[in-house]
Design a protein around this ligand. Structure first.
Ligand SMILES: [Ca+2]
Ligand SMILES: [Ca+2]
Length: 549
């Protein structure tokens, strides 16, 4: 028979987003009961069997393409910043499987006198890419042939909004979305929305109409959406009609100045010498071949300190770009495409970072601008420089791991954790420099943790004694000595063992009395204080389940 433990916790002063743990995590920490142990034993047999099947399959199937799948919807033909974003994306065409470039209704609602789509503007840039593709391929592998990208340019609906969704509103673009998502691939389709969402909404409508709710559910589980600004004003309708979508809405909250949106950190805030007309003329538009020459020198949105580089849509695909800094499954972790918080309605919305004396959503993007602009500059050089010239990024190694994945590391409060970047290298033989820092906002330990000698190859992080039960995100930046200097990243997440405040609540404020029901023995439950030291005004303390039963 299972024992049951009920614990009441009274917590005040923590906002919903800050609540660190859940009953699920608690259940993983406790010792399994006899029934569960039998089940787990059988699970081991099942797991071994499954592994055998997978290994056998691997012998006969060619290596899968693990690059992220990317599908873009662009309102190209309005503000020229979409052409800017597309020129930059072409330089990274080797980092993705580009599945579609869909021209949705041009411009923002009411911006143009006519309702049009402009796929020819995409074609123009892809053809310019075709002229520099062989030179790009001298510096990195996997650049796709021009024709492959041309074949994936599709036209969407020149009309937008709810009146343009439903029977009779299928477009080449909406059908293509369904074709791409339906392919039996192991990886999700990452959909970056640079303009309106109408063609995506039409695809979802069509799938639900033809396949029913279960078919829609299977379809939706295969996509991740990063939407810049809800341009067609149908985001709420989409969430209501097609629940369960992985949806990042990159936009300032209602009632705020729209310039507060995370994506505007591409051109607002931070070091604005890197967005000037002089910068884009020198490093992109002049002497860098036909692709760079198509980079528009002016954009429309004001205020923009230079009215030159804007690229408001670039964060949507930066978000999916694999550079070792983050994981596309975790918008709350942050990276070149910004950082986002999961809200109660299951949507991800702009989060705030503190950088220097600034705390806002734009900082989650502009904090990385020196690195992503240097990367842009180097890849523009690749368009024209011979092989062997033109800088390539370093390859960081974290704790002996050479992949780009985020590492989960165990630690205890008060421990001096040694972290090593030994083995990091550079394909050009450049000298490497290191910068380690704790990225406070994504962790549940909500303060920055100092690192001894943070520019050394191997460093020590002293886990604070009050960090029990929290996570601490550590970023390793490895920068080479090439021209321009390029940076790549690794992230380790320290999972700090020990006392942990564990709670579960469904109330709006997460203030009040929480009830935790434990089944079976529990040797590892402690209730003391919140991770940030705040405000458990009363609690039933328990160091063993019997104490609280
Ligand atoms: Ca756009
Ligand atoms: Ca290099």
């Amino acid at each position: 028979m299972l024992n049951s433990t009920v614990v009441h916790v009274h917590v005040a002063g923590r906002s919903e987003a800050e609540w660190p743990t859940s009953v699920f995590e608690l259940c993983r920490r406790r010792r399994p009961c006899p029934v569960e142990r039998v089940f787990m034993r059988w699970s081991v047999f099942l797991l071994l069997g499954s592994l055998l099947v997978i290994l056998c399959s691997a012998c006969t199937v060619a290596a899968a393409d693990d690059r992220p799948r990317l599908l873009v919807l662009t309102d190209i033909g309005g503000d020229p910043d979409d052409q800017q974003s597309l020129v930059r994306l072409m330089l990274y065409a080797n980092e993705f499987q580009i599945e579609g470039l869909i021209a949705s209704a041009s411009g923002t609602p009411g911006e143009l006198k006519e309702s049009v789509t402009r796929p020819q503007l995409i074609r123009e840039i892809v053809e310019a890419y075709g002229q520099v593709r062989d030179n790009l391929a001298l510096h990195a592998s996997s650049y796709p042939p021009e024709q492959e990208l041309l074949d994936r340019i599709k036209a969407g609906n020149p009309y937008r909004g709810l009146d343009a969704i439903g029977d009779g509103h299928d477009t080449e673009g909406s059908r293509w979305i369904i074709t791409v998502v339906d392919r039996p691939e192991p990886h999700p389709v990452n959909i970056a929305i640079w303009g309106g969402q109408t063609d995506l909404a039409q695809a979802l409508w069509r799938v639900r109409n033809d396949r029913g709710p279960d078919g829609l559910k299977r379809f939706s589980a295969k996509i991740r959406i990063h939407d810049i600004a809800d341009q067609d004003k149908i985001a709420e309708w989409i969430w209501a009609e097609f629940p369960g979508l992985f949806y990042i809405l990159n936009r300032a909250p209602s009632g705020w100045d729209m310039r507060e949106a995370a994506f505007r950190g591409m051109y607002l805030g931070g070091d604005q010498s890197l967005t000037s007309r002089e910068w884009i003329d020198t490093h992109v538009r002049r002497n860098h071949g036909p692709l760079g020459a198509l980079y528009p020198p002016r954009t429309w949105t004001a205020p923009n300190p230079h009215s030159a580089l804007k690229e408001g849509d670039t964060p949507s695909w930066f978000y999916f770009l694999p550079i070792g800094l983050s994981d596309s499954d975790h918008p709350e972790w942050g990276g070149w495409g910004g950082r986002f918080t999961l809200r109660r309605d299951r949507l991800y919305r702009d989060a705030h970072d503190r950088v220097g004396d600034v705390t806002d959503a734009r900082a989650t993007v502009w904090r990385w601008r020196p690195a992503f602009q240097a990367d842009f500059q180097a890849r523009m050089d690749w368009c024209v420089k011979p092989g062997g010239q033109g800088n390539r990024p370093p390859v960081p190694v974290l704790e002996g791991d050479r992949s780009l994945r985020v590492l989960e590391l165990k630690a205890t409060p008060g421990q001096a954790v040694r972290l090593s970047a030994a083995g990091s290298s550079d394909p050009d033989g450049d000298k490497l420099s290191f910068h380690w820092f704790s990225y406070a906002e994504p962790g549940t330990y909500e303060r920055s943790v100092p690192i001894d000698s943070p520019t050394a190859e191997t460093v020590t992080l002293n886990v604070p004694t009050d960090a029990a039960g929290t996570t601490i995100h550590v970023i390793l930046e490895v920068t080479d000595s090439g021209d321009p200097s390029l940076t790549r990243y690794r992230r380790g997440i320290l999972q700090v063992r020990g006392k942990q405040i564990i709670g579960h609540g469904q109330t709006a404020s997460h203030r009040g009395v929480y009830e935790i029901v434990l089944h079976g023995r529990c040797d590892n439950l402690y209730l003391t204080q919140a991770a940030d030291g705040s405000q458990i005004t009363s609690s039933t303390r328990s160091t063993s389940p019997t104490a609280a039963r």
